[in-house]
Ligand binder design. Structure first.
Ligand code: GSH
Length: 207
């Protein structure tokens, strides 16, 4: 099994937290996103989607989505399960994870990639050059503003995102909270339950 990644990238961090928590070590190669290595012929031959992380199994099976990698690895390395331990928790992990990705990670990426000069014509990751749409910046900010109260209300009633233990959904929310700080829209002061959750999960995931 071989992992291609770029440590500072948010999607790479999602997987890195998962691997560290479970104590999994993989043969790893860094891809230099800052210098466009993901778009070069050598990396395209490995992952035609031109994104990191990418995980390749010994039989050549390629995973390009962190959620797919986590689903696979949690079954291969069952200690300290992170994808849910019963049908309800498994479904909750998937449901919240999808919600967090769509309503928090994706708008944050929109803000960043449609506003900064270094993502000019790279508004969406992947093999195609996509021009920036400046209107997506304010839309992204509005979507983040609307999502924080949803998460705050959930964490006021629940110790973790999905069920009563840390899961991949917590990892993704934790990473998303860090990513939001890149666009200066981190956890708002009034979201006290969310901040308390963040501090607790940080101690569990990062130590
Ligand atoms: N849906 C993918 C997203 C992967 C992705 O967007 N990765 C970013 C780094 S955070 C990337 O490779 N960007 C390359 C680029 O911007 O050209 C996943 O779940 O892993």
């Amino acid at each position: 099994m071989k992992l291609y990644t770029c440590d500072p990238a948010p999607n790479a961090q999602r997987l890195a937290l998962f691997l560290t928590y479970k104590g999994i070590e993989l043969d790893t190669t860094q891809v230099d996103l800052a210098n466009g290595e993901q778009l070069g012929d050598a990396y395209r031959a490995i992952n035609p989607y031109c994104t990191v992380p990418a995980l390749i199994l010994d039989d050549g099976t390629l995973f390009t989505e962190v959620v797919g990698m986590a689903t696979y690895l949690d079954q291969i390395f069952p200690d300290k399960p992170l994808m849910g331990t019963d049908p309800v928790q498994r479904a909750q992990v998937m449901q919240w994870d999808h919600r967090i990705f769509m309503m928090m990670t994706s708008p944050t990426a929109d803000i960043l990639r449609n506003s900064k000069e270094n993502w000019k014509d790279r508004a969406i990751p992947g093999p195609l050059n996509i021009p920036q749409l400046p209107d997506l910046v304010q839309r992204g900010r509005d979507r983040l503003t609307a999502f924080y109260p949803i998460m705050e209300a959930h964490l006021a009633e629940n110790a973790y995102v999905a069920g009563d233990s840390v899961t991949f959904a917590d990892i993704d929310l934790f990473t998303a909270c860090g990513f939001c700080r890149w666009v200066k829209q981190g956890i708002p002061d009034e979201c006290t339950h969310m901040q308390a959750w963040y501090d607790k999960v940080s101690a569990e995931l990062v130590g």
